[in-house]
Write a protein that binds this ligand. Structure first.
Ligand SMILES: [Zn+2]
Ligand SMILES: [Zn+2]
Length: 166
């Protein structure tokens, strides 16, 4: 998604505020087992500092992630602030810090998506206390207490135990 900065002429000291509400790209989250539950809200404050734009970006959305223990989906709200500078080719430095303004427009989504991606935990949990699935019957132990015996035995040992009693 490109943001249009044509109204902010480079070289003039102006600022411009905009609010965007867009649909997040689910393919961004597919590898992490997630999806966007709500729209991605972006508050953008662009300040013209003379030869470049400083963009203060606030993002807020809610994701659905899959718990690594009980495999249930849970809501994961995200809000973050980031700062990006943007410049036209004459002032542009390819340091990875800056984005390029072409024809008065700059592509800010890769930065925003990078930020969202960095906020997703490696092992998402619906709650720190999530009790996960029963290793014997697969029941979600947050919802039910199954009647499996030997719940305290590691399933790897369970196999050995069966061998010994044969
Ligand atoms: Zn869970
Ligand atoms: Zn069970």
């Amino acid at each position: 998604m490109k943001v249009d900065f044509k109204s902010l002429q480079i070289g003039t000291m102006e600022s411009e505020e905009s609010y965007l509400s867009i649909k997040g790209r689910d393919s961004l989250l597919a590898d992490a087992g997630g999806r966007f539950l709500s729209t991605l809200n972006i508050h953008l404050l662009a300040e013209n500092t003379g030869n470049m734009l400083v963009l203060r970006v606030e993002i807020a959305t809610t994701l659905a992630l899959t718990c690594g223990r009980c495999l249930e989906e849970f809501e994961f709200p995200i809000s973050a602030k980031l700062r990006v500078s943007a410049a036209e080719s004459a002032e542009y430095e390819d340091s990875g810090e800056m984005i390029l303004i072409e024809d008065g427009q700059a592509e800010i989504m890769p930065r925003i998506e990078e930020e969202i991606f960095s906020l997703i935990p490696l092992n998402p949990l619906c709650s720190e206390e999530c009790r996960g699935l029963c290793p014997f019957c697969g029941a979600n132990q947050n919802l039910t207490s199954c009647s499996c015996e030997n719940n305290d035995i590691d399933p790897r040992w369970q196999k050995l135990k069966q061998l010994n009693t044969k």
